[in-house]
Ligand binder design. Structure first.
Ligand code: APR
Length: 311
């Protein structure tokens, strides 16, 4: 029997799923149920046992179950969906569209049946379109469906600014908006270190290099790893979003959320700044954009509309 009173369900127990199970365990947040395909369950049980063996060292009591039976996710407060395939070297996130749309359709129906009140965070790529498909097939309200984009992309943007300036990443504040793909929009105009604009710390050329590295950081990792895609930073970024919900933190984190009029975008999930608290996606924050930022966002929106046609 679990000593935990809350439950987090992970749909997909691959690289990101097991990294999440580890992070949830280390913080003693909740009981974890991992749902995956029947043939994947035994290896995941092995990883779960390995993680649970942390209990005596970390002084935590987390129970992790691996199953292919969706009824076990009943009462989960949070469902994190990473099910699907990741990209390989040479693939874009959009190359995963067709296969992962099929996965998300089946997952959405199961989650709607077994955990209809959960807050759902998706990382399956291309994430903006997967959120759209999940919401459509589950019928969930838009405040309870959110995709990992800005938390991860802004995190990488912060890291690269920290690496170039030599200051702590903790003191870097910045945001990445738009679709979670190579045309994402790292906002250099508002980026600061400890409140100091980065333009006073770095040359224009260096800032442009950082922007490009941020846009392609996922690809850089895929190419270096040779197998699979990034999983530690996605899992950490998801944890920030989940903790914001569980502990009503009112975090302002750019994420893939459904816009209905905000930023001139309609009926489309795209990365925009939003407030995450106990109410899920509590608010989309509309900030003034420059003409260039607006036009980049419009281009992102138009390409997402093309993807949506395939749902
Ligand atoms: N139902 C449940 N689980 C599934 C299904 C399904 N229909 N289809 C695939 N899975 C499982 C796989 O068996 C695997 O365990 O999803 C898991 C995916 O894990 P990985 O292949 O290791 O992928 P990961 O690196 O975790 O990335 C997951 O997140 O960031 C995105 O692009 C990434 O789309 C990818 C997703």
């Amino acid at each position: 029997m679990s000593l935990q009173t809350r439950k987090i369900a992970l749909v997909g127990g691959g690289q990101i799923g097991t990294a999440l199970a580890l992070m949830i365990t280390q913080k003693d947040h909740a009981e974890v149920v991992i749902v995956d395909l029947p043939e994947a369950v035994d290896p995941i049980k092995g990883k779960a046992l390995d993680i649970m063996a942390l209990r005596p060292h970390a002084g935590v009591d987390v129970e992790i179950t691996a199953t292919s039976d969706y009824s076990k996710i009943a009462d989960a407060e949070v469902v994190i969906v990473t099910a699907g395939i990741p990209r390989k070297a040479g693939m874009s996130r959009n190359d995963l569209l067709e296969i992962n749309l099929g996965v998300i359709e089946s997952v959405a129906k199961e989650v709607a049946t077994h955990a209809p009140n959960a807050f759902v965070v998706l990382s399956t790529n291309p994430v903006d379109t997967m959120c759209q498909a999940f919401q459509r097939h589950s019928g969930f309200p838009k405040n309870r469906v959110i995709g990992l984009s800005g938390a991860l992309d802004s995190g990488r943007f912060r890291l690269f600014i920290a690496m170039e300036t030599g200051f702590s990443a903790k003191d870097v504040s910045c945001m990445v908006m738009g679709g979670h793909g190579p045309s994402m929009i790292p906002l250099t105009r508002t980026a600061t270190v400890g409140g100091i604009p980065i333009q006073t710390l770095l040359s224009d050329e260096k800032i442009e290099e950082i922007v490009e590295r941020t846009r392609h950081a996922g690809t850089e990792i895929v190419q270096l790893m040779g197998q699979g895609s990034a999983y530690i930073s996605p899992a950490s970024a998801i944890m920030e979003m989940v903790e914001a919900y569980l502990y009503n933190k009112k975090r302002l984190i750019a994420s893939s959320v459904r816009c209905d009029g905000e930023y001139g975008i309609n009926d489309c999930f795209i990365g925009v700044p939003c407030v995450i608290g106990a109410g899920g996606v509590e608010k989309i924050v509309e900030m003034e954009l420059t003409a260039s930022e607006q036009s980049q966002l419009k281009t992102n929106y138009q390409s997402l509309l093309e993807n949506i046609k395939q749902i």
